[in-house]
Design a protein. Structure first.
Length: 122
């Protein structure tokens, strides 16, 4: 992917801009949380290149490797707590089963404390 983006930068810029905004723009989620959740979604989509890149970026933003690994392998035994655990479940379902998302899931997210922009960023 990096070779394609480098070779065709003019075509890549419109694709990269919205991702940069979601990942680095103002958000109730930290950059580390967004990278962690993005890496989870990418793993579900089986893109090892992107997973490796976002894994490294999440760690650079201070996500502990033990949290990262536990969240991606076994959420129930994970060190993740509260909002982050709920966000990981939400993004997993949104990625794997988007047509089965129900308004109640958004309501559960809001009950867990994330609204508006946080929900958008997820």
């Amino acid at each position: 992917m990096s070779d394609v983006f480098t070779t065709f930068l003019g075509l890549a810029k419109p694709l990269i801009a919205p991702v940069d905004e979601v990942m680095r723009g103002e958000s109730p989620l930290t950059a580390g949380e967004r990278e962690l959740l993005f890496a989870h979604v990418i793993r579900l989509n089986a893109c090892e290149f992107c997973f490796g890149a976002h894994n490294a970026i999440a760690k650079a933003y201070g996500v502990e490797e033990s949290l990262f690994e536990s969240m991606l392998t076994d959420l129930e035994l994970s060190e993740a707590r509260g909002k982050l655990k709920t966000q990981r479940t939400y993004t997993g379902k949104l990625t794997a089963l988007p047509r089965k998302m129900l308004p109640v899931e958004e309501q559960l997210g809001c009950a867990a404390g994330w609204h508006g922009k946080a929900l958008h960023d997820l």
